[in-house]
Design a protein around this ligand. Structure first.
Ligand code: FE2
Ligand code: FE2
Length: 321
C-alpha cells in the first residue's frame, strides 16, 4: 500500500469495496472478492473490522430440506454419497485441526494488530467445526456423545495425504512455534502452509467445486448457505496470510526463499489431498461431480494469484509441483 497520503482515502475506499464483495452469497463472487482483497492488501485492522461486521451463527441455517434429501434413497447414488462423505469429512476434520494448531501462530504474531486478527480466526475455525458437527448430526444422521467422538467416527473417510498434510506438515509448523514463538522463520513457513496452501489453495478450491455441484442439483440448501458463510471467513483468513507474507518479503527478501522451499515441500502432498479413495491414477481421475483436471487447474490458478500478489513469480510452481 502506498504511503502517499493523498492516495490514502482512495485506497481505503477500494479496500472497503473489495471486502464488501465477501458479503455476497454467491461462491464465485466470494472467490472473485478474494482476488480483489488480495490485490487491495487490506491492513490487519481492516480485516478485524470486517470480522466484526460479518458475524453469523451456526444456528442460522435450516437443515430440514437437507435432511429430507439425504434420507431419500432415490435422490443420491452410492457413488455420490461416498464422494460427499469423503469431501465433507476432510473439511470437518480439517476445521478441527486448524482450530487447535492456530493457537501457537497467535502467540508468535509480531504485532498486536496481527495477534488480534488471529484470535478472531481461531474463533472462526471453531465455529466452522461446530457447523460441520451440527450438519453431521442433523443431516447425515450421525450421532456421538461429543464432537471428539464424532470426529473419530469420520476419521476413516479422510485420505492418507490429508493425514500427512494436517498431522504431519501443519502440526510440525505449529510445534516449532509452540516451542519458540519468537521464531519468525517458523511463522513464515507456518503461514505459507496454513493460509496459502491449506486455506487459499485447497479449501477454497474444494469448497467452490462442492458448492457449485450442490447448487446445480438443488441439493442441501441449508448446508450450501452455511458453507458459503464459512468460505467468506476463509477468504478473510487468506487475505491475512497474503498480506503477512508480502510484508515479510518486503522486510527481508530471504523470506521469499522460505516460502518457495515450503511450497516445494508441501504442494506434492497437498495436491493429493483432493484424491478420493479408490481411484487408479491420482493425477487423472473422475468424480461424480467434476474431473480432476478442472480442480487441479483451478487450484493452481488460485495459488498463482496469491504468489503474484506477494510479488513472487508463479513460475516457481512449475518446479514445486
Ligand atoms: Fe475454517
Ligand atoms: Fe480458515
Amino acid at each position: 500500500m502506498s504511503s502517499n497520503s493523498t492516495n490514502g482515502a482512495h485506497e481505503l475506499h477500494t479496500e472497503d469495496e473489495a471486502l464488501s464483495v465477501l458479503l455476497d452469497a454467491d461462491i464465485d463472487k466470494v472467490m472473485a472478492g478474494l482476488d480483489r482483497i488480495v490485490e487491495a492488501a487490506p491492513s490487519y485492522q481492516k480485516l478485524f473490522m470486517r470480522w466484526q461486521r460479518q458475524q453469523w451463527s451456526t444456528e442460522d441455517f435450516d437443515f430440514t430440506e437437507d435432511a429430507r434429501q439425504w434420507a431419500d434413497p432415490d435422490l443420491i447414488t452410492k457413488e455420490e454419497r461416498d464422494f460427499l462423505l469423503f469431501g465433507f469429512s476432510q473439511f470437518f476434520l480439517g476445521e478441527e485441526r486448524v482450530t487447535a494448531e492456530l493457537l501457537p501462530f497467535a502467540m508468535g504474531a509480531p504485532s498486536h494488530e496481527a495477534q488480534a486478527f488471529l484470535t478472531t480466526q481461531i474463533s472462526d475455525e471453531a465455529k466452522h467445526m461446530v457447523f460441520f458437527d451440527r450438519f453431521y448430526r442433523e443431516v447425515l444422521g450421525a450421532s456421538a456423545a461429543t464432537i471428539g467422538d464424532m470426529l473419530d467416527q469420520q476419521r476413516a473417510n479422510v485420505n492418507e495425504d490429508w493425514e500427512r498434510l494436517f498431522n504431519g506438515i501443519l502440526h510440525d509448523c505449529a510445534e516449532r512455534l509452540r516451542k519458540d514463538p519468537s521464531d519468525f522463520a517458523a511463522l513464515v513457513r507456518g503461514i505459507t502452509v496454513y493460509m496459502v496452501v491449506i486455506e487459499g489453495t485447497l479449501a477454497l478450491t474444494g469448497a467452490r467445486f462442492i458448492i457449485r455441484s450442490l447448487k446445480e442439483r438443488g441439493w442441501f440448501p441449508g448446508f450450501t448457505a452455511g458453507f458459503t458463510a464459512v468460505n467468506r471467513d476463509e477468504s478473510r483468513h487468506v487475505g491475512f496470510g497474503v498480506k503477512f507474507l508480502a510484508d515479510a518479503i518486503s522486510a527481508d527478501p530471504a523470506n521469499a526463499r522460505i516460502i518457495e522451499e515450503t511450497l516445494k515441500e508441501t504442494l506434492p502432498v497437498a495436491s493429493l489431498v483432493f484424491v478420493p479413495p479408490g481411484v487408479e491414477n491420482p493425477y487423472d481421475f473422475e468424480t461424480p461431480f467434476y474431473r480432476s483436471e478442472e480442480i487441479f487447474e483451478y487450484a493452481m490458478k488460485a495459488l498463482s494469484k496469491k504468489l503474484a500478489a506477494m510479488g513472487l513469480d508463479p513460475a516457481m510452481l512449475a518446479a514445486a509441483a
